[in-house]
Design a protein around this ligand. Structure first.
Ligand SMILES: Nc1ncnc2c1ncn2[C@@H]1O[C@H](COP(=O)(O)OP(=O)(O)OP(=O)(O)O)[C@@H](O)[C@H]1O
Ligand SMILES: [Mg+2]
Length: 290
């Protein structure tokens, strides 16, 4: 084998052995559009398809992923700092080995850590990158001066909207704001609570067009989820809807979305971008200086 070929092979083997999680932030302009339910059920469906997924609750003050799963976390992100724990000590396991990190009250601390604590937090996050296929951050509605750094640093930002005009205009403002901060931030759209597939499609096309025309960016839709009373019932039972009613129309739609998402996503893309933790550090530094 020539030197060049051997080199190429070694490089390919190295890139195969270093797994890097794809980081996703689930965001919205308006509140209550279904981000947390989407984040949880999207993650759970991936976990059911043998993907290693960690869902990270970053909704300051209102984290509720654990409630939606019917679990009481023993540890939260706050304990990482208060008790000098490792990230592995605060990861909880849900059904299908879905891992999650609960928010805990006082979560806003993690947006204003001193340098030492922040470096520790980053080193802990770094460890997770090689252990998971996906790390999914459930964010609060809108964007704050602090949470924006986390959103800007991810590999992809999924904007959730409903067909309601107020939700759509807020989604547009959110996309505009984030694009202004980082033009090349990959973004995609989920239309949730669609009264019909037709209305869902019309919503996604309308948003695509205005974003393309006025922001000069393409935000493709990765799926449309119906308005389905199953969600409310599953929330009351504190069970993700994909487990509560796997044959319901919303669970079937989620299955199709995940299948297509996993098929379209190339691991190579993630390996070739700057890692999440590096970007997070850069954005935070920039934010502190500006
Ligand atoms: N596809 C759906 N069909 C019907 N109801 C839904 C659907 N998705 C979410 N809901 C309902 O909408 C409400 C808000 O959902 P959720 O908490 O997931 O929204 P959120 O965007 O995370 O809210 P917040 O902005 O407060 O974090 C819940 O009562 C949930 O039952
Ligand atoms: Mg939420």
């Amino acid at each position: 084998m020539s030197d060049q070929a051997a080199n190429l092979r070694r490089k390919m083997e190295m890139s195969r052995s270093i797994k890097r999680a794809k980081t996703l932030a689930i965001v919205s302009g308006k509140g209550g559009v279904g981000k947390s339910n989407f984040a949880l059920n999207f993650s759970m469906t991936m976990a059911m398809k043998n993907k290693k997924v960690l869902i990270f609750d970053l909704d300051i003050g209102m984290g509720n992923i654990d409630i939606l799963m019917g679990l009481t976390p023993k540890k939260t992100i706050i304990n990482l700092f208060d008790q000098n724990l490792s990230i592995h000590d605060i990861i909880e396991l849900g059904p299908n080995s879905l891992s999650y990190v609960a928010a805990g009250s006082g979560l806003n601390q993690i947006f204003s850590l001193n340098e030492d604590k922040f470096d520790y937090f980053l080193s802990q996050l770094d460890e997770l990158m090689s252990l998971y296929d996906y790390i999914i951050f459930d964010m609060g509605a809108g964007v704050t001066e602090e949470s924006v750094h986390y959103i800007l640093a991810v590999d992809e930002c999924i904007v959730v909207t409903t067909p309601e005009p107020t939700s759509l205009t807020d989604a547009y403002s959110m996309i505009k704001h984030l694009t202004h901060k980082r033009f090349n931030l990959p973004m995609s759209l989920i239309v949730n609570k669609a009264p019909s597939q037709k209305i869902g499609l019309r919503t996604s096309q309308r948003l695509f067009q205005v974003v393309q025309q006025f922001i000069k960016k393409e935000v493709a839709t990765i799926g449309i989820l119906p308005d389905d009373s199953t969600v409310g019932k599953a929330v009351i039972r504190q069970t993700p809807f994909v487990l509560y009613a796997p044959k319901s129309s919303i669970s079937l739609a989620m299955n199709r979305i995940v299948d297509q998402y996993v098929r379209d996503y190339s691991e190579q893309d993630v390996k070739e971008t700057v890692p999440f933790t590096h970007k997070l550090k850069q954005f935070l530094k920039k934010g502190r200086l500006s």
